[in-house]
Design a protein around this ligand. Structure first.
Ligand code: FDP
Length: 345
């Protein structure tokens, strides 16, 4: 079945889409629009590096230098620097924070200081890089606390509850490259057309389907979970009157697991566990992973919880704070809260 020429010509690029949204807000200054463009550009650069991941290794095998004579960098470091360098001088940001860096990254004084704050996980799922499995970049955008402050932003600007987010999104480097972002206007998905180098609107107004299809968790760790989480897992497999049709899918790359469940309905969870006493709250980071994906989930009709509280209501205390995460279809996440309340509290 082929599209008509008229249908093929109805192409919406990410630039046009974001601009159209901006035009419906007369008070908008265009700064957020441009910030989203900058992130989309970073996504294209990172995508072009991820598809050469294996080659960089080959080129760098003799002495860790590539053909340009540069040190071969690990892909997550390269993604981190790409996000930083495309965003540090634009005058749109006051401060950034990245999962790869221990401290916040205030905008240097030689550059203009903007009013937004950008938090990102440059390459989520990076332990999968060597196996050619989808990985992604996750980002969250906030306003800085004092918008007219001419000084660079601070840690406090980065430690805002998810509820205050202005926009969030991710770029998924999979069988195709996709950018999904959400604002108060909803969640939109774009697919990179490599032949023209543009993200094109492919998934407008994403809503999580009412009937979920999947559940996703690392069941290899089930013995380390609390009774409530174990009973919840049985529920997802049809016990306790639970659904009997759910299929298990776990990629082990949060952004890819989340994306699949966003489009097909389902729940992803990475609970608190007893596996590592140094990580009593599980593995995932609140500010770079859980909060931005929670924001997207809510704007697509879903929900995210830490088992007792809405992720978006948690006030972060530390930049790299970890949190248990249950995210996806609202009903299934609410059930997780119920089981944890019944068995663990
Ligand atoms: P990774 O360590 O590869 O970056 O954020 C961490 C993360 O991946 C998530 O993307 C993924 O869901 C999770 O860890 C996988 O952890 P397990 O191997 O413990 O299941």
């Amino acid at each position: 079945m082929y599209n008509s020429i008229e249908e093929d010509a109805k192409i919406t690029t990410i630039e046009r889409h974001i601009l159209d949204q901006q035009l419906s807000y007369p008070e908008a200054t265009g700064v957020l629009t441009n910030l989203l463009y900058d992130i989309a550009l970073a996504g294209k650069v990172i995508a072009s590096n991820t598809i050469r991941a294996g080659l960089a290794e080959i080129l760098g095998r003799t002495g860790d230098m590539n053909v340009q004579g540069e040190q071969v960098m690990k892909l997550d470091r390269l993604a981190d620097l790409t996000m930083q360098r495309l965003n540090d001088h634009t005058g749109r940001l006051a401060v950034m924070a990245s999962e790869e860096n221990p401290d916040v990254l205030p905008i240097a004084k030689e550059y203009p200081i903007g009013k937004y704050v950008l938090l990102f996980d440059p390459l989520d799922g990076s332990s999968n890089v060597d196996f050619n499995i989808p990985i992604g970049t996750i980002f969250a955008i906030y306003r800085r606390l004092a918008p007219d402050n001419p000084e660079p932003g601070t840690l406090e600007d980065c430690l805002q509850a998810g509820r205050k987010m202005v926009a969030a999104g991710y770029i998924l480097y999979g069988s195709s490259t996709m950018l999904v972002y959400a604002t108060a206007r909803g969640a939109q998905g774009f697919t990179l057309d490599p032949s023209v180098g543009e993200f094109l609107l492919s998934h407008p107004d994403i809503r999580i389907p009412d009937r979920p299809t999947y559940f996703s968790a690392n069941l290899g760790y089930e013995r380390y979970w609390s009774r409530g989480v174990q009973e919840y897992t049985s529920y997802l497999q049809g016990s306790h009157g639970g659904p009997k049709h759910l299929s298990l899918r776990y990629i082990g790359s949060l952004v890819a697991d989340f994306h699949r469940n966003l489009l097909s309905g389902g729940v992803f969870y990475y609970p608190a566990d007893r596996k590592d006493p140094n990580k009593p709250y599980g593995k995932l980071r609140l500010t770079y992973e859980a909060s931005p994906l929670a924001f997207i989930a809510e704007h697509a009709g879903g929900y995210a919880s830490n088992g007792t509280q809405n992720i978006l209501d948690i006030q972060p205390e530390l930049l790299h704070q970890r949190t248990p995460l249950y995210i996806g279809s609202r009903d299934l996440v609410e059930k997780a809260d119920e089981f944890i309340h019944r068995y663990d509290q």
